[in-house]
Design a protein around this ligand. Structure first.
Ligand code: GLC
Length: 491
């Protein structure tokens, strides 16, 4: 008998194309679609922030879910849950969005003010969101087989379900996925009362005397996962990877499942954002055409021989941007052009701007977020720089390989699981890897890449290796499917 399809509610604070600050949004788009393609009834749920257009995203009201009261400490706020969907040409997934003016609609950023960088009252905002998820199921009378929670922002859902609504959700199993163990959702103990949870629950959602959403997520989950096998191990021993608290994670079993990439949006053959499509047989011409568009867009001169290096990242420590800034002066002495897309830390941004002003024909910056440009960069660049301090999975190195853009990465987390050093003798490997978090090691890896780029037949083997990698979601979606079924059969 074939396995029965499951009902799955996939919850995340960011979902592409509605709202995105990073890889979590891409995963929250592509994994539900891949699960739908396996035959499951999948629905996603996220908050509607102020910059999400209702018209463009076809978000509309649902009669039963208007102005639903949600308690936050002693006060009551109203949630209106609306409906939308996300799709690719093959399939469509239902989406629920939680709306509330004070918490979400009046805010332009997802977690912090985009101008000042000041975080919003995220304890209340995500207590509110998590309760809205539980309330939506109760009002719809829909108790899915699986609630799959992603990121600390969803960490309290399990606590509500297993304590205040244990009866209704008796058959529902919970998966909690850690997308970044350093970002735990930590708030002062005084925030505990705002949760409305019974006091006996407090120890299970508290770590080091603080409300900790991630601890709560792990406590009540039937399975805990993170986004690559190597990162699953690093969390338990590495201070940087775990946000300083490997001991918090050692109390739990955490499985690593590598993220995949969307095979429609992130595919040079079908990418709706690029003009010039290509595949592994036409990459040379395809890349040249896209590179031309990219240079024009970034106002870089046409330098026939200069390889184009790129990075797309949140401009912060985690992504190794300080290291990149350290190597740039030396790197800019080489015959290269460099494109950087991202936003984040104001002081790192200022350093990059200073360098770009000095080297206008070689270094081009786009400060901000631009999805179409991200696709064009992957299609037009020759090499991709990813010197992360730590990396739970990382998606851009996989996007890069799919587009024949050779990744230069630091050996950490998911980067170890996806990129191997090119061996010119055996012609195996998919990129250039360095270990120590130092400018010397990073620069040496870039120089290995630049030297190989000058040998076109070797470079072609390397690109071929990259483009033949299979990072499609199908494999990983099946691993999640197996976990869902395992926890559902464990009574
Ligand atoms: C976070 C991590 C990144 C991962 C993504 C999706 O953004 O930093 O490594 O790929 O989540 O899981």
């Amino acid at each position: 008998m074939p396995d029965r399809p499951l009902s799955i509610l996939f919850v995340s604070s960011e979902v592409y194309p509605f709202a995105k600050t990073g890889g979590l949004a891409d995963v929250s788009h592509a994994l539900p679609i891949a699960l739908r393609e396996l035959g499951h009834d999948v629905r996603v749920m996220l908050p509607k922030y102020g910059n999400v257009s209702e018209r463009r995203n076809r978000i509309h009201e649902i009669n039963r879910l208007k102005e639903v009261p949600i308690a936050i400490g002693d006060t009551v706020e109203l949630a209106t849950i609306k409906s939308s969907s996300m799709q690719n040409p093959r399939t469509k997934v239902q989406a629920y969005v939680t709306t509330n003016f004070t918490y979400f609609d009046s805010k332009k950023g997802l977690y912090a003010d985009p101008i000042t960088g000041e975080p919003y009252n995220n304890d209340e905002r995500f207590i509110f969101f998590d309760r809205s998820v539980v309330t939506t199921c109760l009002l719809l009378g829909w108790f899915p087989d699986i609630i799959h929670c992603n990121g600390w922002q969803t960490g309290l859902i399990g606590a509500y379900i297993r304590t205040m609504h244990a009866r209704e959700f008796a058959k529902t199993k919970l998966v909690f996925t850690i997308h970044n163990a350093a970002d735990q959702g930590v708030f002062p103990a005084s925030s505990l009362e705002k949760t409305g949870l019974p006091k006996e629950v407090y120890p299970r959602i508290t770590h080091a005397k603080h409300l900790n959403f991630t601890k709560a997520g792990m406590e009540f989950a039937d399975a805990i996962t993170t986004v690559s096998p190597t990162y699953a191990r690093e969390i338990l021993r590495d201070k940087t990877a775990s946000g300083g608290t490997p001991t918090l994670y050692r109390n739990y079993t955490i499985e690593g499942i590598l993220n995949g990439i969307d095979s429609y949006y992130w595919n040079p053959k079908t990418d709706p954002f690029i003009e010039h499509h290509y595949d592994s047989t036409t990459w040379k011409e395809g890349k040249a055409l896209n590179k031309k568009v990219l240079r024009e867009r970034m106002k870089l001169p046409h330098e026939e021989k200069a390889p184009l290096l790129a990075t797309i990242a949140r401009l912060g420590e985690a992504k190794g941007i300080p290291l990149l800034i350290e190597v740039l002066p030396a790197l800019l002495q080489e015959q290269v052009q460099i494109v950087i897309l991202g936003e984040g830390d104001p002081s790192l941004t200022a350093s990059l701007e200073k360098l770009a002003a000095k080297h206008r024909s070689k270094l081009a910056l786009f400060i901000g977020f631009d999805d179409a440009l991200a696709h064009l960069i992957e299609a037009g660049a020759d090499m991709y720089l990813m010197p992360s301090l730590f990396e739970p999975c990382g998606l851009n190195q996989m996007y890069s390989m799919a587009y024949g853009t050779v990744p230069i990465v630091r050996a950490t987390g998911g980067l170890i699981d996806t990129v191997t050093e090119f061996d010119p003798e055996a012609r195996t490997g998919t990129g250039f890897v360095f270990h120590d978090y130092t400018a010397e090691a990073f620069l040496a890896a870039i120089k290995r890449a630049l030297a190989l780029y000058k040998k076109p037949t070797y470079w072609a083997s390397l690109v071929a290796n990259c483009m033949s990698q299979d990072f499609s979601w199908a494999t990983s979606a099946r691993q999640y499917d197996a976990i869902y079924r395992r926890i559902l059969s464990a009574r």
